[in-house]
Design a protein around this ligand. Structure first.
Ligand code: NAD
Ligand code: WQD
Length: 335
């Protein structure tokens, strides 16, 4: 198939491009590079021996999308383009609605016009807000605790509405848990701009000496060791989940909503320990207060994805730590 990958030079998009190319698809990337680098395209070629086409541009540019769809016979869209910094979304909610919600609306309108009716969308476990219990199944109530999360709710609703009102749509709403790790080549990975918000990039930067110490946000949660528990999933497993979702949609013209996680909860201290053990290094850390807005624990019930997609995340926490560290070291080689 010819797949348009929006946000394809980003963290999850780039790994998915690799898996799409490896599966024999042709790929066109559309990215405005607001949080990524065009050099990623060459890295993907180094890994796959094949290069995606690349268009630098914005999903909000209706004329560009129209030209792109007229020129390139796209049969499905994988839609990763979006901004995702929770803290920034609280300060600048409008920026998040304009980029994520309005951007998706422009993209969907262009798809309708071009008669392209298959989309795989990057949703998030954030749509479960503060879950009443774990593991989380797809029918749990949805809510948003910040504007970023609200954009995901609104886009999920927009897609559901489209599916209800327009025949022939094939839609996957994939709710990612906590994607970490990197491609084993060390050629692509996560490159957060500025100080990382997320745990894994902070760990790798602290271990590399780029940050003084990791602050562990709270040790008084109701979890086995008191630190927050999350469902970390290797980004390559996540990428493969997208291929499985696309294959599902090819067989089933409907809307699919599934969790993509491992189904296992890992605490912050467990993550630090595993990272240190597998990589033979130290992660300097200090326990501090809780981070406002954090929840104690969050992990997926993955049975629906396992059953419908015949897919399972099987890379271990050690793999995630090893691959994230290899990528970090490729960014900052030792002196
Ligand atoms: P990322 O920032 O690495 O990738 C997103 C890409 O989209 C970037 O390359 C950016 O330049 C591009 N982009 C943003 N706005 C755009 C626009 N208007 N037009 C064109 N390109 C645009 O982030 P990621 O971690 O790869 O996330 C991909 C998607 O997955 C996002 O939608 C994100 O909300 C979602 N998601 C991420 C996580 C996570 O923890 N990383 C978890 C759940 C969901
Ligand atoms: C994980 C655990 C922290 C950093 C966020 C978004 C969510 C989603 C993924 C996209 C928590 C602890 C973290 C640090 C720490 N993104 N931590 N010190 O909070 O599950 O989710 O990213 O949709 O929307 O909210 O991920 O990686 O920030 O935190 O102790 O410096 O690590 O308290 O327990 P989170 P995270």
């Amino acid at each position: 198939m010819n797949i348009l990958v929006t946000g394809g030079t980003g963290f999850i998009g780039s790994h998915t491009c690799v898996e799409l190319l490896n599966a024999g698809h042709d790929v066109m990337v559309l990215d405005n590079l607001c949080n990524s680098d065009a050099a990623v395209i060459g890295r993907i070629e180094q890994i796959c021996g094949r290069k995606p086409r690349f268009v630098e541009g914005d999903i909000r540019d209706a004329a560009l999308l129209q030209d792109l769809f007229a020129e390139y016979p796209v049969s499905a869209v994988m839609h990763f383009a979006g901004i995702k910094a929770v803290g920034e979304s609280v300060e600048k909610p409008k920026k998040y609605y304009q980029n994520n919600v309005e951007g998706t609306s422009v993209l969907l309108a262009a798809m309708v016009q071009a008669d392209i009716r298959t989309i795989v969308f990057s949703s998030s476990a954030t749509v479960y807000g503060e879950p009443a219990s774990v593991p989380i199944t797809e029918d749990f109530p949805r809510s948003a605790t910040n504007p970023y999360g609200d954009t995901k709710l609104k886009i999920e609703d927009m897609l559901a509405e489209l599916q209800r009102t327009t025949p022939g749509w094939r839609i996957a709403r994939l709710r990612y848990f906590n994607p970490v790790g990197a491609h084993k080549s060390g050629l692509i990975g996560e490159s957060p701009a500025g100080v990382p918000d997320n745990l894994m990039p902070f760990i790798t930067q602290a271990a590399a000496g780029l940050r003084d110490e990791l602050r562990v946000f709270g040790s008084d949660y109701e979890t086995p060791d008191g630190t927050g528990v999350r469902d970390y999933i290797h980004v390559v497993d996540l990428a493969n989940g997208h291929i499985a979702a696309l294959n599902y949609l090819r067989r089933n013209p409907q809307m699919l909503t599934v969790n993509l996680g491992t189904g296992k909860g890992v605490s912050v201290l467990e993550m630090i320990k595993t990272f240190e053990t597998v990589n033979h290094c130290k992660v300097p850390y200090r326990i501090t207060n809780r981070r406002p807005g954090d929840i104690a624990k969050c992990w997926a019930d993955t049975r629906l994805a396992n059953r419908l997609l015949a897919w399972k995340a099987d890379r271990s926490l050690a793999d995630m730590c090893r691959d994230a560290w290899r990528w970090q070291q490729a960014q900052t080689p030792p002196p």
